[in-house]
Design a protein around this ligand. Structure first.
Ligand code: ADP
Ligand code: ADP
Ligand code: MG
Length: 453
């Protein structure tokens, strides 16, 4: 049994993890940067240790400082949350060698799925379709041009180490491909410390559908249903829902087919905790593997709402080696859930970040409403980290009810002093195409081009 867990993260996800630990009777240790001294996760944890200055490279990404904190506090395990060190297999290895359990997949499973070009190959081996593209890393311009010629434009140049929607470049012809190849490489080097890129077919306005997967220590892998995350800005999710309207309304058999494909990938990697397999789906119902997120996902609460499962608790139980007997038949899905990511940014000024002090904060409530956030009145949002300040989740017996409830809850959300994505999300919730469940990854761009407010 774990008695004490250190949370190697900040913000809403640190708060989310502390909540479950409290319910399980596990003591918690927060780590924080100097910019986060007044953060909610510091106040909620049983202990808190400052690990350095604001810059994440000097704090939340410092393995040495986090492991020292864990040793000083004498914890049994570390939960990495998402982002930061959550998918760093070296960090997972160091934790294990210090006799601290890493709450996530084994570093072996992580390594098998680390590089996005290599995971494409693993997916192929597992018999799962991938977008047409390069075999592995593209080593030079000539190779990129040859692949584009073979698969046809447009193509997407992607960083093998990319994440968070960053490190992607679209090319429509040879000239933009040559230019994009070099800028993508140098951007990837700067952002991820790895200049490797690969090339794949760019699909115009596809659907992003992903599967929540869970593997246990006995090699069982199951899925907990899909999430439709096609409402995006800059390749990053803004609204997610489950079940996917595309699957529900048009391709009912896809859930089984994609769920099986996702399980084959995770079984091949011997995956043994919670993780997500992401796909893009075209309008004809063809699906293609994108990547595996080897961690808890930002949008995990909607799956919790429709399955009744606490995913953080499940992650901890698996990491403790508890006999979590997973069987696909045991899981039932109920109703419909939607999440809006509340970001401190101005959606009508190119999503420019809007850090600063929150003046008033009054979150919505009532039946079927959940708010996962670290924000409070008077909280100063630092500019050093990402702009998400919380997530609003609603549940309904069906999609219509979940949407109506979300529209009501967004209207109730009182958050002043900063700009947020709420007004954009309100207009999306009213959009007739969204209401019909007809949308793709191009939706927000099309909506903004039509010129709402
Ligand atoms: P999710 O599907 O969980 O939303 P995202 O891709 O949006 O996944 O990433 C979740 C968080 O992790 C965000 O805070 C994002 O900025 C961060 N993140 C993900 N991958 C990387 C990466 N390779 N480098 C830096 N940050 C990342
Ligand atoms: P990240 O690691 O940044 O999350 P992903 O490969 O998961 O990168 O892609 C993020 C988003 O970018 C997808 O949800 C989708 O909107 C878009 N995207 C990725 N690959 C393609 C593609 N081949 N064609 C069209 N859109 C894509
Ligand atoms: Mg992704």
């Amino acid at each position: 049994m774990f008695e004490k867990i250190l949370i190697a993260n900040r913000g809403e996800i640190a708060v989310r993890i502390i909540r479950t630990c409290k319910e399980m009777g596990i003591r918690t240790v927060a780590v924080y940067s100097e910019a986060d001294a007044n953060s909610m996760h510091v106040q909620m944890a049983d202990e808190a240790i400052c690990i350095g200055p604001a810059a994440s490279g000097e704090s939340y990404l410092r393995i040495d400082r986090i492991v020292s904190a864990a040793e000083i506090a004498d914890v049994d395990a570390i939960h990495p949350g998402y982002g930061f060190l959550s998918e760093n297999s070296h960090f997972a290895d160091i934790c294990e060698s210090c006799n601290i359990r890493f709450i996530g997949p084994s570093s072996r499973a992580m390594n098998a799925l680390q590089d996005k070009a290599l995971s494409r190959q693993l997916a192929k081996k597992a018999g799962v379709p991938v977008p047409p593209g390069s075999e592995g890393v593209v080593e030079n311009e000539a190779e990129a041009l040859a692949i584009a010629k073979k698969i046809g434009y447009p193509v997407l140049i992607k960083a093998v180490a990319g994440g968070g929607g960053r490190g992607m470049r679209i090319a429509h012809n040879d000239i933009s491909l040559m230019k994009g190849y070099h800028t993508a490489r140098s951007e990837a080097e700067k952002a991820f410390g790895n200049s490797g890129v690969y090339v794949e077919k760019y699909f115009e306005n596809p659907h992003h559908i992903e599967f929540q997967m869970v593997g246990d220590m006995r090699g069982n892998v199951i899925h907990l249903g899909e999430r439709d995350c096609s409402i995006q800005r800059r390749h990053q999710k803004v609204i997610e829902e489950t079940p996917s309207p595309l699957i529900e309304n048009k391709f009912k058999d896809l859930r089984k087919k994609m769920g099986k494909a996702a399980a084959r990938i995770m079984e091949t990697a011997q995956y043994n905790n919670a993780g997500t397999v992401e796909f893009i789906v075209d309008d004809a119902g063809n699906f293609y593997f994108l990547e595996v997120n080897k961690r808890l996902q930002v949008e995990h609460p909607i799956t919790e709402e429709t399955t009744g499962i606490d995913l953080v608790k499940l992650q901890i139980q698996i990491a403790m080696g508890e006999p979590v007997r997973l069987s696909q038949g045991d899981f039932r899905f109920h109703g419909h859930a939607i999440e809006c990511r509340i970001n401190a940014e101005n959606p009508y000024d190119d999503f420019r970040p809007s850090p600063g002090r929150i003046e008033m904060y009054y979150p919505p409530g009532g039946h079927g409403v959940r708010v996962d956030s670290h924000a409070y009145a008077g909280y100063y949002i630092p500019s050093h980290y990402d702009s998400m300040i919380g997530k609003l989740i609603t549940y309904g017996k069906d999609r219509r009810e979940a949407i109506d409830r979300m529209a009501r809850a967004l209207g109730e959300f009182m958050l002043t002093g900063i700009k947020t994505t709420i007004p954009l999300q309100q207009s999306i919730l009213q959009d007739p195409d969204f209401r019909r469940g007809v949308y793709s990854t191009g939706f927000i761009e099309q909506l903004l081009r039509r010129g709402s407010p």
